[in-house]
Design a protein around this ligand. Sequence first.
Ligand code: ADP
Length: 350
Amino acid sequence: MSFLDLENVTKIYPNGTKAVNETSLSISEGELMVFVGPSGCGKSTLLRMIAGLEDITDGEIKLDSKVINKVDPSERDVAMVFQNYALYPHMNVFKNLSYGLKNKGESKEKIEKKVNEVAELLEIKEFLQRKPAQLSGGQRQRVAMGRAIVRNPKAFLFDEPLSNLDAKLRGQVRIEIKKLQKQMGVTSVFVTHDQVEAMTLGDRLAVINEGIIEQVGSPIEVYENPATYFVAEFIGTPQMNFINGKIKSNKFISEGLNCSLSSNLSDQDVIFGIRPENLKVSSQGNIQMKVDLIEKLGADSIIYGYDKSNNYICYRENGNTSIQVNNEITLEIEEGKYHLFDKETKKRLN
Ligand code: ADP
């Protein structure tokens, strides 16, 4: 059942910037929804409107069936976790964790019990007497999460909480957040510009571009069936390959690639998309590529080069490739694994 609802939500800042444009979305109870998109697309603004830190210009936000547009942030029963942790530097971890409960007037015994429970859950018990400056980035992030958890909120709101951590720690904390969220079953919204983070964390993603949600779906739905050219380009590393051309009598025609299409589409200008892992070297292939660059990552190799009409094409191969720079290779497209986008509307056609 839907628990957090956005209905035609718009945000126009006083300087006239329309950061969020008539956005609607339903998030189920216990779900982890990720807002993902490039910097400046409006994802933090949307999150901050849910938290009550920004006014809503138009539309409605409902939490647990109640409209919260005018509810004070402190009364919304949501807990936010920020990128910069927002811990009180002069307080030790115990005091940072207990601050909100104390303000609520909870008893000393209850506070102690709750803080200890959460500290145990997050494995930060041994740091309770330390100040934030005496903790590593990962430990500080856990305290920040702990502070959200002790409040027992209806929803967690995460605003790029992993951006300050190094790559390895980011991966570890990401797994911890995912496990904790599932264990606690608290409805959560997680904002990130990092599509790998989005894919690995989200039950569903809302892919945002210029204040508009372009697609909502599970990570695999969004990856396998991007609804628009923007989503296709944004989700996936290395990025999907794109070739401009046209459909004529159920064939894709371009300078570098001609191929039959299984979908029945009328003649029109299109953008043809193909993911690097959906190509393979084969004499049956129809993309001729001159290899320009190879990245050997151990588990797989990423091979880049130019096709006949100078499109830069990327192809991914498992393991350590024997292909070399300047080789001429022929690539075959895995059957049916292509994406077609309308050249004007940029919407998916197949
Ligand atoms: P994101 O979180 O996706 O990086 P933001 O929600 O922070 O994007 O910003 C969306 C747009 O709104 C951007 O164009 C940004 O410059 C603008 N913006 C953000 N905050 C303000 C503000 N306080 N006043 C005016 N414009 C703002």
